[in-house]
Design a protein around this ligand. Structure first.
Ligand SMILES: Nc1ncnc2c1ncn2[C@@H]1O[C@H](COP(=O)(O)OP(=O)(O)OP(=O)(O)O)[C@@H](O)[C@H]1O
Ligand SMILES: [Mg+2]
Length: 501
């Protein structure tokens, strides 16, 4: 069989930002109907290369050809005219519009006199929504959708503009397993329709499953291509990192001691029954369950974001009723949230400002001292978290997705908490940096911190936790001891088939 002709050729693309060479002579090709994965460590340049293709950034050097003809993509509209649609790492939909309004945002159907033709948009939107399996009225407000459904709206939007190339930047990082399966089925349909897809992900299992070819980047450079069916997990990782690498979970030296946190019959808003558990000093208590099983809501109550409807919390032997996050922080309880963009970082501020933000009063007495101290603490974290940035003065908005996540972690680790709540701590983080974060979390537990870690990654929750609390359908379905930790036992509790005491 001969290969279909090249649809896209990006050749020797270079892109510089102040103090950073984000892309250095990177090349990439794409055929009609091909699913290509783009992989590389955090900050390797994946999103930047795709923003060049999407017309968001202009390259400093290099050439882009579509159907063999050189093109200039000097803006998002120009890229769209060439059939290129970029779905960003952080979705960019309008929460106040309905689904149809989002699908046709910027390409509204108008009637004579410039009046919106809602009937026509709703009709056409329904057609696109059907193709992506979205079974909702087109007039549903966007904010009522799950993240998975929003992802489908983005794809429907690409279809509405007749995209030939759809770029998906870490689409599955906040999807439930069921939603992810749906997405894979839709990708297969799009491929069958001759649409080409560039798929960025840090999850190797899905890359190996759904793509035809893999382009590997490292440090802003092109490293090489792999044909998916001829490769495996280890080959892919060693090409990405430049050496052999297997994730090992750090051995623990400390032993959990006295009970630090006691939760009794806590009734979390939206839960079906009260939850009771305790966590010891120096313990890592994992929280497994499907996305939406009620773990995040519980953590929000422990951090004072939401108020429980009943029950008690005791921390270090005293009653603990945080009315707002500052109450929790005053007791040494911190939460690293799962959604960094909404709750984790202040994008327009620098790394230094973000890292020291929660602790601002301790830096305050004299403003110039504050500045200096800010620099010192932030620099410590820059090194400790291996954040890829020219300096701590860099604005967080300019960091890669994974590096933003490291800033969020750095911010809380800089504060020497007593109880640390981590909600999906390694989402969007590459495999090498993950191992570093695991070491850090273990070391903190060894130093006597109590850690609650929500994680949807089976390997991570089993490898890191001393015990695992499993949630299913908004209730705690059981707590597994270290020697009971297995994928099988967790799955059983997660699907609610049995109950462990
Ligand atoms: N607008 C910008 N200004 C300055 N630097 C930038 C800008 N956009 C990206 N960079 C830098 O370019 C480099 C590549 O970033 P990019 O977002 O492409 O990485 P990535 O491969 O997508 O990483 P991740 O897996 O973490 O999402 C990083 O060092 C990043 O900080
Ligand atoms: Mg990225």
């Amino acid at each position: 069989m001969t290969n279909p002709p090249l649809l896209l050729e990006m050749t020797s693309i270079t892109k510089r930002f102040p103090g950073v060479v984000a892309l250095s002579e990177v090349s990439l090709t794409l055929r009609k109907g091909e699913v290509l994965s783009l992989v590389g460590e955090n900050g390797a340049g994946k999103s930047t290369l795709m923003k060049v293709l999407g017309g968001v950034y202009q390259p400093d050097e290099g050439e882009i050809r579509i159907d063999g003809k050189a093109v200039v993509l000097d803006g998002v509209m120009a890229a769209k005219r060439h059939g290129i649609s970029l779905i960003h790492q952080e979705l960019m939909l309008a929460p106040n519009l309905d689904v149809a309004g989002n699908i046709f945002l910027g390409a509204e159907h108008l009637r004579a006199g410039g009046i919106l033709d809602r009937a026509s948009m709703n009709r056409k939107a329904a057609e696109m929504m059907k193709r992506v399996g979205l079974d909702l009225p087109p007039t549903t407000p966007l904010r009522n959708l799950t993240t998975g459904q929003m992802q489908m709206v983005e794809i429907a939007k690409s279809l509405a503009m007749d995209a030939r190339i759809i770029i998906m930047d870490e689409p599955t990082s906040s999807l439930t397993p069921v939603e992810a399966e749906k997405l894979f089925a839709i990708i297969a349909d799009l491929k069958a329709d001759g649409i080409s897809i560039v798929y960025i992900s840090h999850r190797f299992e899905e890359i190996l499953r759904i793509t035809d070819r893999i382009t590997v980047m490292r440090d802003g450079r092109y490293v090489g291509d792999l044909i998916t069916k001829d490769t495996d997990h280890d080959k892919l990782v060693s090409m990405m990192i430049g050496r052999d690498f297997t994730t090992r979970f750090p051995a623990r030296v400390g032993k959990p001691s006295e009970v630090a946190l006691e939760v009794q019959d806590l009734l979390v808003p939206g839960a079906t029954e009260g939850v009771s558990f305790s966590a010891r000093t120096g313990e890592i208590l994992g929280f497994a369950g499907l996305v939406g099983s009620g773990r995040t809501e519980l953590m929000r109550c422990l951090f004072g974001v939401d108020q429980p409807l009943g029950g008690t919390i005791r921390f270090e032997g005293q009653s603990f009723t945080p009315r707002r996050p500052s109450d929790a922080i005053n007791r040494g309880v911190y939460l690293v949230p799962e959604d960094r963009k909404q709750h984790g970082v202040v994008l327009p501020m620098s790394i230094a400002q973000n890292v020291t933000l929660p602790d601002i009063h301790t830096y305050k007495p004299v403003w110039w001292l504050q500045r200096e101290r800010e620099q010192v603490v932030a620099n410590e974290q820059l090194v400790a978290q291996a954040i890829k940035a020219p300096s701590v003065a860099q604005k967080v908005v300019n960091l890669s997705g994974g590096n933003q996540q490291k800033v969020v972690l750095g911010k809380w680790l800089a504060m020497r908490p007593k109880l640390l709540i981590l909600d999906e701590p390694t989402r969007g983080i590459d495999i090498g940096a993950k191992a570093e974060i695991y070491k850090k979390i273990s070391a903190l537990a060894d130093q006597g911190l109590t850690i609650l870690m929500v994680s949807s990654e089976m390997e991570e929750v089993i490898g890191m936790s001393d015990r695992v609390a499993v949630f299913s359908q908004r209730r705690l379905s059981g707590i597994l001891e270290k020697d009971q930790l297995s994928e099988h036992n967790i799955m059983e509790l997660m699907t609610g088939l049995v109950s462990h005491g």
